[in-house]
Design a protein around this ligand. Structure first.
Ligand SMILES: [Zn+2]
Length: 263
């Protein structure tokens, strides 16, 4: 193995960790927005219930006035009955009284309906207010939990960034640049271990001869995957397992690694 490769492998392990932490941090705004959306939705139910209640109260006032007016009119006609001279006029007046009483009864029915539905809207409003209290309490817990996770992730990020600086310091600068150029093009992953007979990152087949070269003691060459261009290494299975790398994408193409003499 190239003498600098083991430091690059350490650097890659820290970078995997950084990718994971940054991924987690990037999800916090969405998590918070979901909590706020639930609170907003619950509050909208209060607004809707208040609007319905207000409309119902306005209608109730209108119907109360209707009842009053029709009753007034019926009373007025009844008071006129003593002054009527002809039978015809008396019949007409009775008809008017009946009509006004019918209208008053209808208005009373409408009023009663409104009073019943008003109670229902009142119940809905109280239920919506209770629901908001519950949603707010849950949202507060979630906000605190998200904030705590965020603070932890920020600490982990700072620690991983410090660890990265330490790992990078152990690798020659031009090699770090080379690794970072490859990593930048490939989702932050510049190295690929050999897995089975393939590239551990893109999955392409690597020729057995190349794998032998990578395994050879005293090898001082860097070899790159011909397909994804990542720096290849043969994992040291005697060492403790490092952080898990993302699974390679399945590939049906066949290729082999090419030696590179940049370092
Ligand atoms: Zn590859």
């Amino acid at each position: 193995m190239h003498p600098h490769l083991k430091y690059l492998i350490e650097l890659q392990a820290v970078d995997f960790r950084l990718i994971e932490i940054r991924e987690r941090i990037s999800k916090f705004p969405k998590q918070l927005a979901e909590v706020e959306a639930r609170v907003t939705a619950a509050k909208q139910l209060i607004t809707a219930a208040k609007d319905a209640l207000l409309t119902s109260q306005k209608e109730r006032k209108t119907y109360e006035m209707d009842v009053e007016q029709w009753k007034e009119r019926a009373k007025k006609y009844r008071n006129q009955s003593g002054e009527v001279k002809t039978n015809e006029a008396y019949k007409a007046l009775l008809h008017e009284i009946q009509n006004a009483e019918d209208e008053a009864a209808k208005a009373e029915d409408r009023l009663l309906e409104r009073m019943v539905s008003g109670e229902e809207y009142d119940r809905q409003l109280k239920a919506a207010e209770a629901a908001v209290k519950q949603v707010e309490a849950e949202a507060n817990k979630e906000r605190h939990a998200i904030q705590a996770e965020y603070n932890t992730a920020q600490k982990e990020l700072a620690a991983a960034e410090a660890a990265r600086a330490a790992s990078a310091a152990a690798v020659p600068e031009d090699l770090v640049d080379h690794y970072e150029r490859i990593a930048k093009r490939h989702g932050g992953i510049g190295l690929a271990e050999i897995r089975g007979e393939g590239c551990g990152q893109c999955g392409v087949h690597i020729r057995p001869h190349m794998i032998q070269l990578l395994q050879r003691d005293g090898n001082e060459e860097f070899y790159h995957c011909e397909t994804c261009t990542r720096i290849l290494y043969y994992p040291d299975h005697s060492a403790a397992p490092g952080p898990a790398a993302p699974s390679p994408a399945p590939s049906t193409t066949d290729s082999s690694a090419a030696p590179a003499r940049e370092h």
